[in-house]
Design a protein around this ligand. Structure first.
Ligand SMILES: C[S@@+](CC[C@H](N)C(=O)[O-])C[C@H]1O[C@@H](n2cnc3c(N)ncnc32)[C@H](O)[C@@H]1O
Length: 317
């Protein structure tokens, strides 16, 4: 069994992201940001955007912990207090005493770490297998790119969206509203072949430049998203897009009309069983019910006047 410490941005989205890269994900417990789950094979946690830490789950009580999983006799105790009224230092001390009684040694320099998450009513003991490298994501964050767009979504959320869409090595992804290429950048980082289009030429050039800046290739064209089929003849394994939003956009004369037209057009772009992940500022979308199943919907609070809604569709034909 595994335990993941999820980002607090959207717990459901973070869980869905783990599900999308695991085989046979089965949640056994969700406690705030802590999820304990089963998976037939160990997920590659390094692919995830919204998981901060992960480990092998060892139990909820120190007595349950199998210390043979550690390589040495020297154990470092690391406690993260998430929401508990317990004093972390006193808790660590008690764990240390238990460990010593077992004939093991508490060693703050040891690489054998017993990581404990304290929630309101529970303790979760793990052997860590993954700690997210936030600096890697920060390197690709919007302000760090040569071509900057303020509307580009946070790179960890972008990673989660492309994972949920089914991005993995060998698949093709299209973002028909690519802007500065934020979603495509995260898709390329997981080894996907990426394609983009934007109605604004400067965005297309910006996307190409931004992907190049991080060593990735993208095929991107200037086109209305509603004409992109004429440019790219083949269907894609998945489509991800953050649709234009807000009232100020010059392009956006009729947002509702654009959203609807696009949703009725996008089935022509994606292969059967492929996913289409759409971000927008509408809580409800009109979509073709025969062609699509709405599998999921997540909302992320951005700031006081903005919440972004993300819809996950599966193409039936
Ligand atoms: C929210 S931004 C996308 C941001 C992008 N995900 C990023 O990381 O920078 C929406 C983009 O849609 C483009 N756009 C608006 N109408 C369009 C249309 N009809 N066809 C294609 N692109 C369009 C805009 O130029 C803008 O770059």
């Amino acid at each position: 069994m595994y335990l993941a410490l999820l980002s607090g941005k959207n717990i459901e989205m973070a869980k869905e992201e783990i599900f999308s890269i695991s085989s046979g994900f089965k949640e056994t417990k969700l406690d705030g940001r802590v999820v304990v789950f089963d998976s037939r094979k160990a997920p590659d946690f390094s692919l995830l955007g919204l998981t901060h830490e992960a480990g092998t789950f060892l139990g909820k009580n120190i007595e349950e912990v199998d210390f043979t999983v550690f390589l040495s006799q020297n154990i470092q105790i690391s406690v993260l207090n998430l929401d508990s009224e317990q004093n972390s230092l006193l808790f660590s001390k008690k764990i240390g005493e238990f460990i010593s009684k077992k004939g093991l040694k508490v060693d703050f320099k040891s690489r054998d770490i017993l990581r404990v998450y304290l929630t309101k009513g529970c303790a979760y003991f793990t052997k860590p297998v993954f700690v997210q490298d936030k600096k890697e994501f920060a390197k690709r964050a919007s302000p760090k790119r040569k071509f900057f767009m303020p509307t580009s979504i946070d790179s960890m959320v972008a990673r989660a969206l492309v994972n949920i869409a089914g991005a993995k090595k060998g698949v093709t992804v299209l973002d028909p509203f690519c802007g500065s290429g934020g979603l495509l950048l995260e898709a390329a980082a997981v080894g996907v072949e990426v394609f983009g289009c934007d109605i604004e030429e400067k965005c297309v050039k910006g996307t190409i430049g931004n992907l190049e800046q991080f060593g990735y290739l993208v095929t991107a064209v200037t086109s209305d998203a509603m004409n992109v089929k004429k440019v790219f003849k083949n269907k894609f394994d998945c489509v991800v897009a953050d649709l234009p939003f807000g009232k100020s956009s010059k392009i956006l004369k009729d947002k509702q009309k654009l959203y609807k037209e696009f949703l009725y057009y996008v089935p022509e772009l994606v292969k059967k069983n492929g996913r289409v992940v759409i971000g927008c500022d509408e809580e409800k979308l009109d979509y073709p019910k025969k062609e699509f199943i709405l599998e999921n919907k997540f909302s992320i609070y951005i700031h006081k006047s903005m919440t972004r809604h993300f819809f996950v569709f599966k193409a039936m034909s």
